[in-house]
Write a protein that binds this ligand. Structure first.
Ligand code: NAD
Length: 487
């Protein structure tokens, strides 16, 4: 029996799983509240367990052969319809996502929800336009076929649920896999809307399944199921270790897009005001962005000027309700996360690191935390070495390019880096020197969907994006035809 829908910002959202084309409730639920106002109870969402995982994988395994046997063009049709339907429902999805996880409503409406549509369009087009690699050698004609791999599990975090779910679902579906998505328990609601839109767009029953619940319960059961042939995960390195063990037991390929502690390097030859504005922009989304440049590394000769500009830009931030267009920094996702961020800053103080600005809750009765800048006593400080995932940046200086690169590479992470310089040659050298999956020079967050995306070190395993994701979701087969002999 499906449960009653929850009314959230004028939208009826199902709190149930979506399995085999149907809504399914659980006996147990978990409570979802809004970070905008913790007294705002959004929904009691179905809390899946091992049985739920079994039902979802069974539905996917049953649907897989039919979906896999379609041509890429046939699969593209419902994916294009889904993309169009997302574009027609941007405001509805944006309002629910904003209530659920407090990303700024304006950016959800202007870019983020539409990006989900683009994810589906992009992968439908890529799969259709794919040309098999063909070549001749040693008397044989060779080509490489992509075969759909099988049921795939996708696990996403709470900080960009819509963006990341669509980013991961689109290639899996376009490649011909049937999918089970488990969104994060702190922000599960936009995934439920996606199930409705996918259903209406004609994605066949069982091809897309969405299960709700806790990671160590239904999530762990999903990734352990032997019928699952691909696991695509975004979240923390700690969880990736658990999922990696499950994947290893079943010899299943998995990708992991994990945390970051990116450097934002500012050289004296850069446009200092742009660099400072960009640095202050790292507080956007309350710093809950894996790609953020959270370690400000500034050339010593411009340190005073930079800090003045940075403070000016940071002072211009407006903390408030994410639905208000004037707001630039919303609340953190959850009281536990606020406590985690506070814990980092308290330990930093205790360690002797200097809090240059911020370092407190903004108001006692909400989940906001002040934009905070900390100068560590040394590079080994926890605040430099571990991802905080809140509005907390560190500040360090360097004297030359070599030292800048060394500092940039001095953590175990390697997701992204940002470089501000006026010199093309320096940009080339520093960009090459920083070990990270993505480097931005004099810009940030611009990304072509066909480019590879992923991390180095504890920031991840594997690459998604463009053909990399389609290859990941396929078994590649080399076919050789001809009279050639073994040489
Ligand atoms: P998390 O690892 O706690 O949870 C992520 C997901 O994994 C959730 O859906 C959770 O329920 C599930 N999960 C937890 N334990 C599991 C288990 N044993 N088996 C299966 N699933 C399990 O991460 P989070 O706190 O939700 O997200 C924040 C983290 O995500 C940060 O580290 C951030 O940097 C990272 N992140 C990375 C990227 C990227 O692209 N590299 C993007 C966004 C967020």
């Amino acid at each position: 029996m499906p449960s009653a829908r929850a009314e959230i910002s004028d939208t009826a959202v199902s709190p149930d799983h979506y399995i085999g084309g149907r809504r399914l409730s659980s006996h147990v639920t978990f409570e979802v509240r809004s970070p905008l106002d913790w007294d705002w109870h959004l929904a009691d969402v179905a809390r899946g367990d091992a049985l739920t995982a079994d039902l979802a994988v069974t539905a996917a395994a049953d649907a897989f052969p039919g979906w896999a046997s379609l041509t890429p063009k046939e699969r593209a049709e419902p994916l294009f319809r889904l993309a169009d339907s997302i574009d027609e429902n941007i405001e509805m999805v944006a309002r629910v996502e904003c209530a659920d996880m407090a990303m700024l409503l304006e950016s959800l409406e202007a870019r983020v929800i539409h990006r989900g549509a683009e994810n589906f369009r992009n992968y439908a087009e890529l799969a259709v336009s794919h040309q098999e690699r063909r070549w001749s050698s040693k008397g044989t004609d060779n080509h490489v076929e992509r075969m759909p791999a099988g049921p795939a599990v996708i696990i996403t975090p709470w900080n960009a649920p819509w963006l990341l779910s669509t980013w991961k679902l689109a290639p899996a579906l376009a490649a011909g896999n049937a999918v089970i998505l488990k969104p994060a328990e702190w922000a599960p609601l936009s995934a439920s809307l996606l199930a409705d839109l996918a259903h209406d767009a004609g994605i066949p029953p069982g091809v897309l399944n969405i299960v709700q619940g806790h990671g160590d319960e239904v999530g762990a059961a999903l990734v352990s199921d032997r019928r699952v042939r691909r696991i695509s995960f975004t979240g923390s390195p700690e969880t990736a270790r658990h999922i990696g063990q499950a994947a290893a037991r079943n010899i299943v390929p998995f990708t992991a897009e994990l945390g970051g502690k990116g450097p934002l390097l500012v050289f004296a030859d850069s446009d200092l005001d742009s660099a400072a504005r960009r640095a202050a922009g790292q507080y956007d989304d309350a710093g809950q962005t894996c790609l953020a440049g959270t370690r400000l590394l500034v050339e010593e000769s411009v340190s005073t000027d930079f800090l003045e500009l940075f403070n000016r830009h940071t002072d211009a931030h407006i903390l408030g309700d994410s639905r208000d267009p004037r707001t630039t920094v919303g609340p953190l996702i959850h009281p536990d996360h606020l406590a985690r961020v506070e814990g980092f800053v308290e330990r930093a103080r205790h360690h002797g690191d200097r809090v240059i600005r911020g370092g407190e809750r903004w108001k006692q009765d909400g989940l906001w935390y002040e934009p905070t800048l900390i100068e560590p006593v040394d590079n080994d400080s926890e605040i430099v070495q571990r991802e905080v995932f809140g509005p907390v940046l560190t500040y360090q200086t360097f004297t030359d390019e070599e030292a800048a690169i060394a500092l940039g590479n001095s953590t175990s992470y390697g997701l992204s880096g940002i470089v501000y310089t006026g010199s093309e040659e320096r940009a080339e050298r520093v960009g090459r020197g920083i070990r990270a999956g993505t480097i931005w020079v004099n810009t940030y967050l611009v990304r072509d969907l066909t480019a590879p995306f992923g991390g180095i070190g504890i920031s991840g395993i594997g690459r998604e994006g463009g053909d990399y994701a389609l290859d990941f979701h396929s078994d590649l087969k080399t076919v050789q035809v001809g009279q050639g002999t073994v040489t």
